[in-house]
Write a protein that binds this ligand. Structure first.
Ligand code: NAD
Ligand code: KPL
Length: 307
């Protein structure tokens, strides 16, 4: 597969826009893949994608096309929400060239396997990122938090030739054989913090007032990680959760923000995935089960989807 192939990016949202802008700025070929002709017309009317970084807005006239465009895709960054990933993969399946690379940039777990099942002829690269971005408007993305991105392929440790393009684009990254451990660890952090922040309706820092509750969740998450073959992801979990709570004390978690804005959450790929995995492996997790039931009740009461 040619390393000069364009980057097709589906999901011209927060992280997809952040990647697209930095790759394009570095002179690399990028094509945004938009849902339909209406979105393409709106994008063209906007004049391109705007990235706001350190308070400075730069508009980039990145090429765009719809999902229905027939041209084959050799490298795809799938940067939509976890609950949209499988449908996006189905829509793009006819366009993916044999041996193409598909980078799956979703929080949580579950959606990556669903994508791989839909795209058996492509290499799936798992991505986990601590970068932060949000949409300030249509096709306008704010780079809100510097972070780091890990990439890896549990089935093949060979790094792809295009990796150095990320360096050229200024995207801090590492290729790691332990990508599953990274994804599980992030899932565990999210399970320990995000649902409790929704149920207590609080900023992350206020969770320090509930140490027994958070410690109890971490114990069960640790057992689940070990039973799932991810003992490294269980090490020092409660300590890191406490450190994240301190470091992000003034912030609302992403799930809290979703609920507060009436947006669908990624519950099925975070706490829902953890509880389903525990049932499959017959690991007792009564605190996590109770947390999931309370969270689902809260989402239902707000009229939000439970999946
Ligand atoms: P987002 O909602 O800002 O962007 C997703 C985009 O995908 C939207 O523009 C949506 O319209 C588009 N999309 C969905 N289905 C599509 C389809 N079939 N065809 C074309 N476009 C489609 O989401 P985001 O915040 O960038 O999050 C993406 C993933 O990254 C999530 O799993 C999220 O949890 C994770 N993540 C986000 C951040 C962040 O700071 N935003 C940080 C770390 C991880
Ligand atoms: O990733 C997070 C989120 O809000 O989704 C943190 C800050 C780690 C809290 O779980």
């Amino acid at each position: 597969m040619s390393d000069d192939a364009p980057w097709h990016i589906l999901g011209a949202g927060s992280l997809g826009g952040l990647w697209a802008a930095r790759l394009a700025r570095a002179g690399l070929p990028v094509r945004l893949v938009l849902r339909d002709a209406g979105r393409l017309a709106a994008y063209r009317a906007a004049g391109g994608l705007t990235l706001v970084e350190d308070g400075v807005a730069t508009q980039l006239p990145i090429a765009a096309e719809t999902v229905a465009e027939p041209a084959p895709i050799q490298r795809l960054l799938l940067a939509c929400k976890a609950y949209d990933a499988e449908a996006a993969a189905v829509a793009l399946a006819p366009r993916l060239a044999a041996g193409s690379d598909v980078l799956v940039l979703q929080n949580g777990l579950g959606s990556q396997d669903a994508v791989a099942r839909r795209l058996p002829g492509s290499r799936r690269v798992l991505v986990s990122s601590t970068e932060g971005a949000f949409r300030e408007g249509d096709f306008r993305v704010v780079f809100a938090g510097r972070g780091f991105t890990w990439l890896g392929d549990p089935d093949d440790p060979t790094p792809p030739g295009w990796l150095e393009q990320l360096q050229r684009a200024g995207i801090p990254y590492a290729w790691t054989p332990a990508i599953l451990s990274r994804l599980w660890r992030k899932l565990a952090l999210n399970c320990a913090i995000n649902p409790a922040s929704v149920l207590h309706d609080c900023r992350n820092g206020e969770l320090a007032d509930h140490p027994e509750e958070i410690a109890g969740l971490c114990v069960e998450l640790g057992h689940l990680l070990e039973a799932s073959g991810q003992p490294a992801a269980a090490e020092g979990l409660f300590d890191e959760v406490q450190a994240v709570i301190r470091a992000t004390a003034g912030n609302y978690s992403s799930m809290h923000q979703d609920v507060a804005h009436g947006r669908r959450t990624e519950i099925a790929y975070l706490l829902g995935h953890a509880c389903a995995q525990a049932r499959r492996l017959e690991v007792p997790v009564p605190r996590l089960d109770a947390l999931e039931a309370r969270l689902r009740a809260r989402l239902a009461a707000r009229g939000l989807p439970l999946d």
